[in-house]
Design a protein around this ligand. Structure first.
Ligand code: ADP
Ligand code: MG
Length: 680
């Protein structure tokens, strides 16, 4: 339950004076959500200071001044603007209005009335002009000295939001301080409420930057809340009784290759964790093609040998099916029962799977999001594995392990993220890194060229027998337009290559996808045209050419992932990045890929150039972590927050001494973390 003191902040916006249904809907759209607090997190983008001038006013910058109304010049044609001729101490000033309500203007501001106006003065031949004043009123104090500019939707003004914000202030409680005296003092922080007030009442542009102390306090608060919740969740897991699986070699496997040193090292780390009496909570990071799947399988066998079940969750249907196919083949002689569960398994089939699962007859369950549904119950889940973790949110991985108290968790990601990001996203986890690729991999030659070269490229393809992925552009947010682009390319290539061309996309039924992937795997399809559904995980060793259209529209991490689909066999491989018009920045980005094959380096550069949300693909998955903080800009605060959170929990593991920190967690809606306090 949210503490009482926070309730006004979590009321609906409609509870504010001046906000009705319609405005509430608009604000919800603008601020991302519909509570008072969401409006408060929406901070000004800029501010204009309007100094008052009676004489010698400056031109072309925002000012306030005093005028007397002399004449209304009403246009004969409606489209033309209304002109109000006024007199100032320094000369004639005409106010120009394109949108106006004449009757209310003339009644509010009659001829000879004295008015105060805010706006930007332009000089004409023998008079001045203000086009669309920012404000006009009979009393000077009705026109604020500072005009606050909020990030806005089209057709609305910041003035409206500023006005509503004033009504909000009356409801904001002063919250008890949760920060250490020392941190406050050292960073010259104000209280939470004061900081918020200052952030919403900037006096100069620099007050709107993230370096302003008021904002920094708010950003720090958010990062601290996040770090605390990650660490609380970790603490909670460590307190659970684990399953404690000793290493047994009862299940034998004939691996078709030797494990790399890195794979062996990582397996050591994992089996140490699995044997320990508390649950494993580990991230396995490894560039595309570094061989994470086999590590997952061997970890699974460790647990299965101890009579526990394993779940492996993948983000897409294709990937789940591929894992299922390969793992089943690998384990065919081992006696381990493997099953697949996605949204496609329905009716009787599904019922049978769920039954066998509860009874422990299925030992290894592979699937998609379908695995976290409530009715999926295990007999004894010992290990949950999440593949391509960056496609899931923190909550989803928690939902999976909550199926069994003390369950071990292994998450795997190919998005090689820099330390700072790893800390915020996975701060609650131990990390293992696969920093070596299996031997014998050919390097991939990457070429960057314009879309105009497609005809030549097609001719070249006719000279080879290589298998090709042809990835079509991200057209828009909607999968439908992406699909149209892919279909168009498919039909064009079909004219050249006939039945050797296949098409795959996210809207296809699972069995259609399966049959296309199968044909590609068998070599019946030579050129596979696709939307980005193949981005993650797909493994067809014979494919050796990756072509990406409009590469400039993709994130570098995504492109690196796509490229990782080739170079898996022993023939030389190519990646062709086709691009439309490019700016300097865009050229440089694609060039990074041409030069580097190192996922860490690439994502570091991408982070510098585009910001964290994009790199992690968070925006794509609609999973946003922060309201105010931004990485890498706020990295220093992040590090301080991580350090503080550590210190706090060492002294006060259940936040009993400083209960105000619980308020902070509620403020940033970290309910999951608070739940661990209750349980712990
Ligand atoms: P990712 O880390 O991207 O998930 P995969 O697990 O799909 O990589 O492995 C990529 C390919 O490398 C697969 O075809 C897999 O069978 C193969 N592979 C994995 N480990 C080794 C190894 N030690 N030696 C040779 N090939 C390997
Ligand atoms: Mg993989």
């Amino acid at each position: 339950m949210r503490p009482e003191i926070l309730l006004p902040l979590f009321e609906e916006l409609k509870s504010i004076k001046g906000i009705g249904d319609k405005t509430a809907r608009w604000l919800k759209y603008l601020c991302g959500s519909g509570c008072v607090i969401d409006m408060l997190w929406h901070l000004p983008a800029s501010v204009k200071h309007r100094i008052f001038f009676d004489k010698n006013p400056p031109l072309d910058e925002p000012i306030r001044t005093r005028l007397s109304v002399k004449e209304y010049v009403v246009p004969k044609i409606k489209r033309l603007p209304l002109r109000i001729i006024c007199q100032a101490d320094f000369g004639r000033v005409d106010l120009i209005f394109f949108h106006y309500h004449l009757a209310s203007m003339t009644s509010k501001f009659p001829i000879e009335s004295k008015i105060f106006v805010a706006g930007t003065l332009h000089e004409k031949e023998n008079y001045y002009e203000i086009i669309h004043p920012d404000g006009i009123a009979l009393l000077s104090d009705k026109i604020p000295e500072y005009q606050i500019i909020y990030p806005m939707t089209e057709g609305k003004t910041s003035a409206t939001l500023t006005r509503l914000m004033e009504n909000v202030w009356q409801k904001i409680p002063e919250l008890p301080e949760w920060l250490d005296e020392e941190v406050i003092h050292k960073n010259h922080f104000l209280s939470w409420k004061q900081s918020l007030f200052c952030a919403h009442h900037p006096k100069m542009i620099s007050d709107c930057s993230r370096n302003n102390p008021a904002r920094q306090r708010l950003i720090y608060d958010e990062l601290l809340a996040h770090q605390l919740s990650l660490k609380l969740i970790r603490q909670y897991h460590q307190q659970q009784m684990g399953i404690g699986c000793p290493l047994k070699n009862t299940i034998k496997l004939n691996l078709p290759f030797q494990l790399t040193k890195a794979q062996q090292k990582v397996l050591y780390e994992i089996s140490d964790d699995l044997s320990a009496p508390f649950p494993m909570n580990r991230l396995l990071q490894g560039d595309v093609g570094s061989g994470k799947t086999i590590v997952a399988v061997l970890s699974a066998l460790h647990v299965i040998a101890n009579n526990h079940q394993v779940a492996l969750m993948a983000p897409t249907d294709i990937l789940a099916r591929q894992h299922y196919g390969k793992i089943q083949k690998l384990l065919a002689k081992s006696g381990v029962q493997v099953a697949l569960l996605t949204a496609k398994e329905k009716g009787k089939v599904r019922k049978a799977i769920l039954n066998n699962l509860v009874q422990g007859k299925i030992q290894f369950l592979i699937g998609t999001h379908a695995l976290i549904e409530d009715n999926v119950q295990f007999q004894k889940l010992g290990l949950a594995i999440v593949d391509e973790q960056h496609r899931f949110g923190v909550n989803q991985r928690l939902d999976l392990i909550q199926k069994q108290k003390g369950c071990n968790l292994l998450v795997m990601s190919a998005t090689p993220i820099p330390r700072s990001l790893a800390m915020t996203t996975y701060g609650d986890m131990d990390i293992s890194v696969l920093d070596e690729k299996p031997k014998g991999r050919q390097s991939i030659l990457t070429r960057v060229m314009t879309l105009g070269k497609i005809p030549q490229l097609v001719e070249k393809l006719k000279e080879t027998t290589a298998q090709v992925y042809w990835v079509c552009p991200l057209v828009s947010e909607s999968e439908k337009s992406d699909l149209m682009a892919a279909e168009k390319r498919y039909h064009e290539l079909k004219k050249e290559f006939g039945d050797f061309v296949g098409l795959i996309h996210g809207k296809m039924k699972a069995d259609e996808k399966e049959s296309v992937m199968h044909d590609f795997q068998m070599g019946k399809i030579r050129i596979l045209v696709s939307t980005t559904v193949i981005e993650v995980g797909v493994d067809v060793p014979n494919a050796s050419i990756m072509i990406v259209e409009h590469a400039e529209r993709f994130g570098l991490a995504t492109l690196h992932q796509l490229r990782g689909r080739v170079g898996r066999g022993n023939q030389s491989s190519f990646c062709v990045l086709l691009h439309g018009r490019l700016g300097e920045n865009g050229k440089e980005r694609l060039d990074i890929l041409r030069r580097s094959d190192n996922g860490f380096e690439i994502s570091n550069k991408d982070l510098q150039m585009r910001g964290a949300g994009e790199v992690l693909g968070l925006r794509q998955s609609g999973f946003q972590q922060y309201r105010l903080a931004q990485l890498p800009e706020d990295q220093n605060w992040l590090e301080l927050a991580a350090e503080q959170a550590q210190k706090i929990l060492q002294n006060d593991p259940h936040l009993e001494k400083n209960k105000n920190l619980r308020i902070l967690l509620y403020l940033f809606e970290r309910e999951k973390a608070i739940m661990t306090l209750k349980a712990g």
